[in-house]
Design a binder for this molecule. Sequence first.
Ligand code: CO
Length: 155
Amino acid sequence: MKHDPAGVGSPAGEPRPKAIRGLEGLALDHVAIAVPSLEEAGPYLALGLLPDGPDEVVADQGVRVRLLRAGGAAIELLAPLADDGPVARFLARRGPGLHHLAFRVADLDAEIARLRSLGASFVDPEPRLGRGGSRVAFLHPRWTGGVLVELVTHA
Ligand code: CO
């Protein structure tokens, strides 16, 4: 087979997302950090990250979100809305810290189907609603080396 670093012509079918044809790879959309309160943003602002818009409540995930711009990606601070959501449980179990990485995909449903066909497992059976009207799906950390990975398609 001829040299084909991007896997475009792989006979194994679609090894990569349809949108990813170059060598840049999947775009990092954001890194999410779980915090008990959004007031924890102070050190990140001191580092030079820029606040982006008002805080947003994402009811489907039980969190209040503060977005901080970091070049082409963003840091999302996630604070739980109540004591019983997934982020509250994460904080109780592991304390504040890195919660997930999110990668941008063009067609979330197609990506879910493609990755399921490769044996991926997802946290939820169906996509959820994310910040700013986006749709998101979380890959189970046991499929991604212990890190929770979100796929996001922006509205
Ligand atoms: Co996220």
